[in-house]
Design a protein around this ligand. Structure first.
Ligand SMILES: Nc1ncnc2c1ncn2[C@@H]1O[C@H](COP(=O)(O)OP(=O)(O)OP(=O)(O)O)[C@@H](O)[C@H]1O
Ligand SMILES: [Mg+2]
Length: 252
């Protein structure tokens, strides 16, 4: 793996301003049950890696979806990198995601009828990046992630670990200030999970802000300096084990 990564560590806001500011957010789905999130406040600084743990149904994915603008809170506010995410229109929300957020999921969510390279290029195309520049960036990301030899292959031919690397490349394509991952090792064997763990750790060491949802306590602790625990839609624990790494990478 190369010593530099093609992500952009430069936060659009000063380091003292949180890149994520979630203020007293609740999300109720209606019906009988308790809300999926219940008065959650959370601030994340640029450069931090935060893992979110908690039992099934505790609201982890709901929280991630609110940060990504894929869902709206019933009450409270979500601000990311200066954008008030919870009040965006549908088009505004799509624009916000293209510019600010990279997402990685348990089951990769790759498009099986596009090649690896075309999957990675997709976010750049949607964002209107010049073709030549997009191709250069996709190639360098695939090389950085050690999957350039699979550029012309279809995702169905790749192993789970390789597919997750493609998904990470796609997530980083538009240099998002924020990388969100929901159970990124959930569908992987131990060795591939370890690869993804190393990759996330390295990206964070290079300055990438990461919010990682996981059931895997080992992953939570090794990738992130901070762990937030949700139970029944509330934060019951928020532990910072170390300072966020200072970004040192030379950027391409
Ligand atoms: N679209 C929905 N409609 C109704 N209820 C929902 C919806 N999405 C989530 N919920 C409920 O909200 C709660 C939190 O769900 P969420 O998916 O955030 O949990 P989670 O912590 O990610 O769980 P898991 O670890 O199983 O992925 C659950 O009780 C779930 O049933
Ligand atoms: Mg979930």
């Amino acid at each position: 793996m190369a010593t530099t990564t093609p992500t952009d560590p430069t936060p659009a806001v000063p380091p003292t301003t949180p890149i994520i500011d979630i203020h007293e957010v609740s999300r109720a789905y209606g019906g009988e049950g308790p809300p999926a999130l219940d008065g959650v406040s959370l601030r994340v600084r640029a450069g931090e890696a935060v893992s979110v743990i908690g039992p099934s149904g505790s609201g982890k994915s709901t929280l991630l979806n609110l940060i990504a603008g894929l869902d709206r809170p019933t009450s409270g506010g979500v601000t990311v990198d200066g954008v008030r995410v919870d009040t965006l229109s549908e088009a505004g929300s799509a624009r916000y995601r293209r510019a600010k957020v990279g997402m990685v999921f348990q089951f990769f969510n790759l498009l099986d009828d596009l090649t690896v390279a075309d999957n990675v290029l997709l976010p750049a195309q949607l964002a209107g990046m010049a073709k030549a520049e997009a191709r250069r960036r996709a190639a360098s990301l695939l090389e950085y992630l050690g999957i350039d030899r699979h550029s012309a292959a279809y995702p169905g031919r790749l192993s789970g670990g390789e597919r997750q690397r493609v998904a990470v490349a796609r997530a980083l394509m538009n240099r998002p200030p924020l990388l969100l991952a929901d159970e990124p090792t959930g569908a992987l064997d131990t060795a591939s999970g370890e690869d993804v763990r190393e990759l996330l750790t390295e990206l964070n060491a290079d300055g990438q802000t990461i919010v990682l949802v996981t059931h895997d306590l080992g992953l939570a602790e090794s990738c992130a300096q901070r762990t937030v625990e949700l139970v029944d839609g509330r934060i019951v624990r928020d532990v910072v084990r170390a300072a966020a790494p200072r970004a040192t990478a030379v950027r391409r």
